[in-house]
Ligand binder design. Sequence first.
Ligand code: NZQ
Ligand code: ZN
Length: 387
Amino acid sequence: MNGFELYNTTRLVFGEGKVNQLGELIKPYGENILLVYGGGSIKQTGLYSKVKQQLTSIGATVEELPGIEPNPRLTTVNKGIQICRQKNIQFILAVGGGSVIDAAKAIAAGALYSGDVWDFTIQKATINQALPIGTVLTLAATGSEMNGGSVITNWETKQKRTMGSKLLYPKFSIVDPTLTFTVPRNQTVNGIVDIMSHVFEQYFSQTPSTPLQERFAEGILQTVIENGEKALQNGKDYDSRANLLLAGTYAMNGTLPTGVEADWATHVIEHEVSAIYDLPHGEGLAILFPNWMKHVYKERLEKFVQYSIRVWNVNSLGKTDNEVALEGIEATRNYFTRIGAPATLTEVGIDDSHLERMANEAVQFGAIGSFKKLTKEDVLSILHASL
Ligand code: NZQ
Ligand code: ZN
């Protein structure tokens, strides 16, 4: 196990009706609030009026930034930064899924920086200060509600990039499973795939002797596999929605990578795909991940054997390690297909015309990943296998 530091500063407020605490939770941070949300789901579900009531109850002055896109755009983030500066915003409240939360984080960092907020994604500047943010989560997927990462798309240059800082951890996140009852089937599927992918990125590691982290990861995977299907059968099943949410948060709140070198190559490749095609993140991951697995599994065969047996209950009797590992990878693909996720780029309308560009962008700072360091040729091979 490697050395590590774990310091997660987000106050997680979990359970039905917890939105009633919103006013009290915001109060210490000021009265000028920027409310950030997406394309309208929070108005349809009635959450918007509950949030507004809470803000009114503490006498807050509220500016609004609606219309955050899935795969949030830099241009929209810049609008938010302008509002913060002009209206002397003291606190940013994100109400929505990962895209809304990520946009709020980028606005929080950009508002207190004199340069271009994009600088944070290209290592031209580091985040030294940020406005405080809080979130009301409406979708189980990214884990952005309890981490300091933000993923933003520059649609003009077709680049999707990450920024991150301890300063971007939400001060609090309200996670109420009933707020996810209205998540449509395809977004529920995307969330399931994203959560599982986050676990894969941190589970398939070359770091030896990490049994507890592995059991945590396997536990999250089994919880998602089981509860994902239940939530898809009945979207209003409180327990399965709650279990998915908790799994999503724990998959990305810093617990899994304690003492473990994580990989993240598949996320880098997926971001290149969705930067060009505006593909939902979960769809890209469902297509790519089993192909990444096939490409790398021999680098540490026993880890994939363990994965197959512990997560998918593959019966290893009379089989070679190679066969067992491949069965686990196949089980992953079958599960994604069973819940309705795409399996090929062709299915989602993507051909080979930009694969070269995606591979170049993915490795622009050098080889990616750590389970196996992927060169441009490796990335191209995974992308071709995904067509
Ligand atoms: O925009 P609205 O109208 O709110 O609708 C959204 C959106 O269309 C809808 N939705 C959300 N909650 C709903 C709902 N519809 C009905 N009822 C509800 N309760 O779902 C759609 C997708 O929302 P989005 O926020 O885009 O989804 P997700 O949470 O999957 O976020 C995806 C973004 O997060 C990034 C992805 O790359 C992508 O840009 N990621 C962020 C990470 C992080 N910050 O840690 C890590 C991830 O790996 C990921 O890269
Ligand atoms: Zn992800």
